[in-house]
Write a protein that binds this ligand. Structure first.
Ligand code: HEC
Ligand code: HEC
Ligand code: HEC
Ligand code: HEC
Ligand code: HEC
Length: 449
């Protein structure tokens, strides 16, 4: 009898629990189900979690709504596109599900512009992240998190005591799936336009249990709150493409010629090995439609004359998108910008003939796009995977007037967060299209008469 009662109680508790979990709406169903007042301001947390707060204010997630390029792409392209094509309204609203979750949950979409200083500016805030209770579905994507604001702050540690709030251990906080809620994105055409977590899942780091946290929130000895005991504390760095030091050295470069001594008027082939020893996902990842990673190879002779070497073609399908050329693209920006028959802008904005490590996104007309919500198909994936090594070759017929002596070859791998011609066209401030050096390599030959 006692056993039966216990089972009955357990049954009630379990069904109630699953009901609570199911009752928390996620994704598009969550729009307008909460209010701003239910979430605390980051400044409140700063009083005790000072270091974590200061770290977070320097991360991109604290600026996910206010950052200039986000404001430009959201208002000038996404919202404007949805005004022309009302079917896109839920998609444009959805930007906020990841960039300013509180505004989305409060149904305040589009939110006031950043200069109006509304609470939407808090972006991906402390309380947004620490009131995530779970997620809906098997694979988290498109703001599939379940938000449960209140006294309880969820975290990745057990038995923490705070004078200000309750704490609850939630193992999701230690897992890559947690980040996947916003770092995987599927567009209206069913295309994975952001897949950082999926890339991680198929790569070597997931197999070794190295979650996103180990590289983006590394633990260090310190105090997580002013009154806390010393412990290994998760640093809220979230450093990525906007931290030049994080990008630097992501790929290591070695190179060699097929022969050291080359006869005048002869030919030499330079091989370049590029090893991605640093990212847990592909490089580039995330906003792949915006980013450009390219290899520039030059030769300098005895007299200091410089020659640019174009990469040898490999012959794979879609390779034309991976070699810089004089072509126009991104014509679909004409729709939101209200320019009829827009010719587009330069596709690459880097020296012609350089190898580009990228995956092109195509609009419904098959033209390259940076509007990820307007992506109907993806092109060849020629990015560098985690721990992958790619080899590029450069066959060079020595110019007739090349003097005998040493020729030094240099390979420079550079990164840009936003393709420069697009940045210039949209008026995005320079820092978004600055050239970030990733690494260099060098080798030489001796030319004899
Ligand atoms: C009055 C001080 C105080 C304030 C204000 C405060 N906290 Fe805390 N919090 C603490 C202390 C103390 C701990 C326990 C630290 C420990 O022992 O490691 C803690 C722990 C936590 C944890 C860890 C929970 C776990 O299980 O891993 C999270 C998450 C957290 N706080 C989030 C927040 C957020 C979000 C805010 C703002 C909305 C906030 N805190 C405001 C003092 C505070
Ligand atoms: C993008 C989501 C996200 C944001 C934003 C965020 N946190 Fe966290 N926080 C986490 C995760 C995930 C962990 C657990 C990390 C782990 O255990 O590896 C964590 C851990 C913590 C801890 C426990 C640290 C420890 O290791 O003892 C505290 C305290 C905390 N966060 C407070 C804050 C405060 C305060 C803010 C805002 C200033 C904030 N967090 C912003 C996701 C976030
Ligand atoms: C609620 C949604 C959300 C969650 C959860 C989230 N992120 Fe983000 N994250 C974003 C958004 C939005 C951006 C883009 C910020 C911007 O506009 O530049 C971003 C940007 C980043 C960046 C890029 C910084 C840069 O310099 O470009 C890193 C790194 C990052 N997140 C790591 C993480 C990790 C690790 C986790 C899990 C512990 C996580 N994020 C969880 C929404 C989220
Ligand atoms: C082994 C270390 C490592 C792991 C694991 C890892 N990352 Fe990264 N991540 C990096 C490095 C290094 C960079 C900088 C180079 C770059 O931009 O890709 C980076 C960059 C990023 C960026 C910025 C990309 C851009 O171009 O704006 C985001 C977002 C990001 N990581 C999210 C994640 C998420 C989410 C996970 C887990 C699913 C994760 N990372 C796992 C090392 C790692
Ligand atoms: C599923 C979550 C999600 C949705 C939905 C989403 N984003 Fe993002 N967005 C992110 C994350 C995560 C990053 C950071 C990726 C990276 O660092 O490469 C990002 C990066 C960006 C960036 C580049 C930021 C930079 O500084 O380089 C822009 C601009 C942007 N998003 C605009 C939008 C717009 C406009 C929409 C709606 C059409 C949108 N996003 C929808 C999660 C999302």
């Amino acid at each position: 009898m006692k056993k039966l009662l216990l089972f009955a109680v357990l049954f009630v508790v379990i069904t109630a629990f699953t009901r609570i979990m199911q009752d928390i709406p996620a994704g598009e169903d969550a729009k307008g189900t909460k209010s701003y007042d239910q979430y605390e301001k980051p400044k409140t947390c700063a009083a005790c979690h000072t270091d974590i707060y200061m770290q977070w204010t320097q991360s991109m997630m604290s600026q996910a709504y206010t950052h200039h390029w986000d404001e430009i792409e959201y208002f000038d392209l996404a919202v404007a596109h949805a005004e022309k094509d009302p079917a896109l309204k839920p998609v444009a609203d959805g930007c906020n599900g990841c960039h300013t979750p509180m505004a989305y949950l409060a149904g305040d979409v589009p939110p006031p512009r950043p200069h109006e200083n509304s609470r939407a500016n808090e972006s991906v805030s402390c309380d947004v992240c620490h009131t995530i209770k779970g997620f809906k579905g098997d694979t988290p994507f498109n703001f599939s998190y379940m938000s449960s604001p209140g006294r309880v702050k969820y975290g990745g540690k057990e038995g923490r005591k705070s004078p200000y709030h309750d704490t609850e251990y939630n193992d999701l906080f230690t897992k890559a799936e947690y980040c996947a809620n916003c770092h995987n994105e599927k567009d209206p055409y069913g295309i994975w336009v952001k897949a950082t977590h999926l890339e991680w899942l198929e790569g070597p780091y997931s197999k070794q249990g190295v979650a996103c946290h180990q590289c983006h929130m590394p633990k260090a000895r310190g105090k997580s709150a002013k009154m806390a005991e010393e412990d290994m504390v998760a640093q809220h760095l979230f450093h990525g493409a906007h931290d030049n030091g994080k990008v630097a050295g992501t790929v290591e470069i070695r190179m060699h010629p097929d022969q050291r001594e080359v006869e005048q008027y002869g030919q030499v082939t330079i091989q370049v090995q590029l090893f991605n020893g640093k990212t847990g996902h592909k490089f580039p990842t995330g906003s792949v439609e915006d980013r450009i990673l390219w290899l520039h190879v030059t030769a300098i002779d005895e007299n200091g004359t410089e020659y640019h070497l174009p990469v040898d073609k490999k012959g794979f399908e879609g390779e034309e998108y991976t070699i810089a050329a004089d072509v126009l693209a991104y014509q679909d920006m004409g729709i939101p910008k209200g320019i009829e028959n827009f010719a587009g802008v330069q596709r690459d904005g880097v020296p012609y003939g350089d190898r580009i490590f990228r995956m092109p996104y195509f609009d419904p007309q098959g033209r390259m796009t940076i509007m990820q919500w307007n992506t109907k198909s993806l092109g060849v994936d020629y990015r560098i995977g985690p721990r992958e090594t790619k080899i590029e070759t450069y066959t060079w017929t020595l110019p007739d007037d090349l003097p005998p002596g040493r020729v030094t070859f240099k390979a420079e791998l550079n990164y840009q967060k936003l393709v420069k011609p697009v940045a210039d066209f949209l008026g995005v401030p320079e820092d978004e299209s600055e050239i970030i050096p990733v690494n260099t390599g060098t080798t030489w030959i001796e030319v004899y008469e």
